[in-house]
Design a protein around this ligand. Structure first.
Ligand SMILES: Nc1nc2c(ncn2[C@@H]2O[C@H](COP(=O)(O)OP(=O)(O)OP(=O)(O)O)[C@@H](O)[C@H]2O)c(=O)[nH]1
Ligand SMILES: [Mg+2]
Length: 362
């Protein structure tokens, strides 16, 4: 699967090309070309300018790429016009659809699968609608005329029905997992959940604490299902540690809503451990901490929190202090523990803090 990445940088737009490349590779694409354009505003027809479309066509011809991935969020009409220009066999997608592809590939649980199908239907409904509308408009190949309009209505009502079915199923599945959490509560077993950005090291930490061997480091969204294991912390004391799906920056709201409904689990936990990658730049750490704070305020405003600064084996003491200071600005009262999951540094300290927080709760 050969792909070309395209990014249009308008004023105030932060480049996501590096992350896009990681996402594309993680999905199994071979990146054979990149096109970057700076413009004051997106081109209304193609998002990028006509000359760049020409350049894109040339790279496609030269490399035999069959997919074009935009880092910007495309409108259905952009994708349509681009495909009309580049050839219908060329698949034009954007970052949101790429993220969905990755989710689709990795989803294991019934809940994740349902959520993803739902998100894709929500997201692509306007794309398909536009696609059929435009093809009729231009009378290309299809040329269904009035029938096209009819087919589109049939398709749309089919999709709406499917959405309703999926929503019901999902509700049932969620109810089950909620009951599981409630049961644990009733049994008095504290639930501690790991959260944070994708690739922060949540699963590495989970593995080290539970002696599990779950996949780590396969690129963004290595973990897509939540799972829990028991950890003993005393003769009769234990808690359940839950590993969960990571955050990603700039998620499209439709995908966020559908998918991150799993974040609901966070609100049912007794304690949240927010894992931060300390090896990233101060700027990235700050931005991610701020975004995490926002997400947590929304989904689990009352749940106690421990901040876990991970991967300290990759930085020096001065940098650890600096990053701790940045975290302090945003989380003035929460405990911060600097650890290395990989090198098993300060894991006991973390457990001790968990114990303290759980005790305070019960
Ligand atoms: N050097 C170093 N690397 C680490 C540490 N913890 C995790 N890693 C590496 O960071 C990468 C990502 O770790 P994961 O545990 O998969 O991250 P995650 O947060 O579970 O990511 P998602 O499942 O995608 O949300 C892997 O290559 C890990 O080996 C650490 O303390 N030090
Ligand atoms: Mg993981």
């Amino acid at each position: 699967m050969k792909a070309i990445l395209v990014e249009c940088i308008t004023r105030g737009y932060k480049s996501k090309l590096k992350e896009l490349e990681e996402l594309a590779k993680s999905r199994g694409y071979e990146v054979v070309g990149k096109i970057i354009q700076k413009r004051r505003a997106p081109d209304p027809s193609f998002y990028i300018g006509k000359g760049k479309v020409q350049e894109l066509r040339e790279i496609i011809e030269k490399t035999g790429a069959e997919t074009v991935i935009f880092s910007n969020t495309l409108k259905a009409s952009h994708a349509f016009r681009l495909r009309r220009e580049l050839g219908w066999q060329i698949n034009v997608i954007d970052r949101n659809l790429l993220v969905l592809e990755i989710f689709e590939e990795r989803a294991r649980t019934a809940e994740a699968k349902l959520q993803i199908e739902l998100a894709r239907l929500y997201y692509t409904l306007p794309w398909t609608r536009e696609y059929i509308r435009f093809r009729n408009l231009y009378g290309e190949q299809v040329g269904w005329g009035a029938l096209g309009e009819y087919l589109h209505k049939v398709y749309e009502s089919h999709v709406r029905k499917r959405i309703a079915i999926l929503e019901k199923k999902l509700e049932k599945v969620r109810f089950k997992s909620k009951m599981l959490m409630v049961k644990r509560h009733e049994l008095g077993v504290p639930v501690v959940i790991l959260t944070g950005y994708t690739q922060a090291g949540k699963t590495e930490l989970f593995n080290k604490l539970t002696k599990e061997r779950k996949d780590v480091g396969l690129g963004p969204f290595t973990t897509l299902a939540t799972y829990g294991r028991r950890i003993n912390i005393g003769r009769k004391e234990y808690f359940i540690l839950v590993d969960s799906i990571g955050f990603i920056e700039d998620m499209h709201p439709l995908i966020l809503d559908a998918f991150y409904a799993t974040l609901h689990e966070l609100s049912l936990a007794d304690l949240i451990i927010l894992v931060i990658d300390a090896s990233e730049s101060n700027k990235d750490v700050r931005r991610k901490i701020e975004a995490s704070d926002e997400i947590l305020r929304r989904v689990a405003p009352a749940t106690p929190l421990i901040i876990c600064l991970n991967k300290i084996d990759l930085i020096n003491q001065e940098e650890i202090d600096e990053k701790t200071r940045i975290i302090r600005e945003i989380f003035p009262y929460q405990p911060i523990v600097a650890i290395s999951a990989k090198k098993k540094i300060n894991l006991q300290k973390l457990i001790k803090e968990v114990k303290k927080q759980i005790k305070a709760e019960t």
